[in-house]
Design a protein around this ligand. Structure first.
Ligand SMILES: Nc1ncnc2c1ncn2[C@@H]1O[C@H](COP(=O)(O)OP(=O)(O)OP(=O)(O)O)[C@@H](O)[C@H]1O
Ligand SMILES: [Mg+2]
Length: 292
């Protein structure tokens, strides 16, 4: 059972804010995980968001997206934060500095409580955290290029690209990879299935469609990278390994462990069918360009 589900009394207290944050309200806190109390990153997620495609309020699926991404990454052998899960927090437990941003993210309203995604603070910086964004633009761009070129040479990178293609992750920016010693550590799967306006069995929608950002960066700084045969083969092998993983009883059990709390059996089945359909060998070999 790899996702923890915790009530608000597991919350121990707020910690100093993170050095770098992304687009969402996020904070650090101590959480009682049962066997130990750990420092965690905590991301409160509003129940409703405004759909970027038609500006209408829609259910926010981000918490489920995070959980699916975390379980599948972990079961597929990627490094991920050791502990992660869902905690329900009252608005008073969330730092007041984040309330305005949180209300804005959630259709203008502040809720009484929030489902939050938390992951253990692994203390590794993300792979671009060392880049000083106040430097002149050409120097920042050079620093990005160095990071991406290094990633292009790591064998694990093809697996990450394939993983994000499988899940239609539109948000693998470099801040979503932590510089862990063995291999880049995967965090932030809130935008799998394109965007959290998805519904069971179909992808979300965003203007522009959503692309594999890591793949785009790799090809931008290393023209032709994705078309090289060894890279295509590595991605095909990665897909084949995901197909094996998702069919195991352990993985299905992990997914069922939280999908049932958000969806009925038909909806949960539709999510799993969509995941499996993208692991069909003909489908992915065509995607990669190994089949005409
Ligand atoms: N478990 C963790 N361990 C260490 N650092 C973390 C962890 N979770 C998040 N971070 C740090 O916090 C930053 C923001 O977290 P995260 O990517 O989840 O938020 P976000 O706002 O959704 O990001 P984005 O800008 O990609 O939408 C990460 O780039 C990373 O530096
Ligand atoms: Mg992020």
């Amino acid at each position: 059972m790899s996702i923890l589900k915790l009530p608000s009394d597991a919350f121990v207290g707020q910690l100093s804010p993170p050095k770098k944050t992304g687009a969402s309200p996020i904070f650090r806190a101590k959480i009682d995980l049962g066997l130990s109390v750990e420092c965690c990153f905590v991301k409160p997620l509003p129940d409703v968001i405004v759909c970027p495609a038609d500006q209408q309020p829609v259910p926010n699926r981000e918490i489920v997206a995070e959980a699916i991404g975390y379980v599948l990454a972990k079961r597929s052998g990627f490094d991920v934060p050791e502990k992660a899960g869902i905690i329900l927090l009252t608005v008073e437990q969330i730092p007041s500095e984040l309330h305005r941003m949180l209300a804005k993210a959630g259709h203008g309203q502040l809720q009484e409580d929030y489902l939050c995604w938390f992951s253990q603070d692994m203390q590794y910086p993300n792979v671009i955290q060392h880049i000083d964004l106040t430097l002149p633009e050409h120097m920042v761009s050079k620093a990005f290029e160095r990071v991406v070129k290094r990633l292009a040479e790591i064998s694990q990178t093809n697996r990450i690209v394939a993983f994000d293609d499988w899940l239609a992750n539109s948000d693998r920016n470099l801040g979503n990879l932590l510089a862990a010693p063995r291999a880049p550590m995967l965090i932030d799967h809130g935008r799998i299935f394109v965007f959290p306006n998805w519904s069971p069995g179909s992808f979300g929608r965003i203007p522009g469609g959503g692309q594999n950002r890591l793949l785009a960066a790799l090809d931008h700084f290393n023209p032709g990278w994705s078309a090289k045969l060894p890279n295509k083969s590595a991605r095909a092998m990665a897909y084949a390994s995901f197909a094996k993983v998702v069919s195991t009883a352990d993985c299905q059990q992990d997914l069922a462990g939280f999908l049932g709390e958000f969806f009925d059996a038909t909806q949960a089945g539709a999510i799993i069918d969509l995941l499996e359909s993208r692991l069909d060998a003909d489908y992915y070999n065509q995607q990669i360009g190994l089949l005409a």
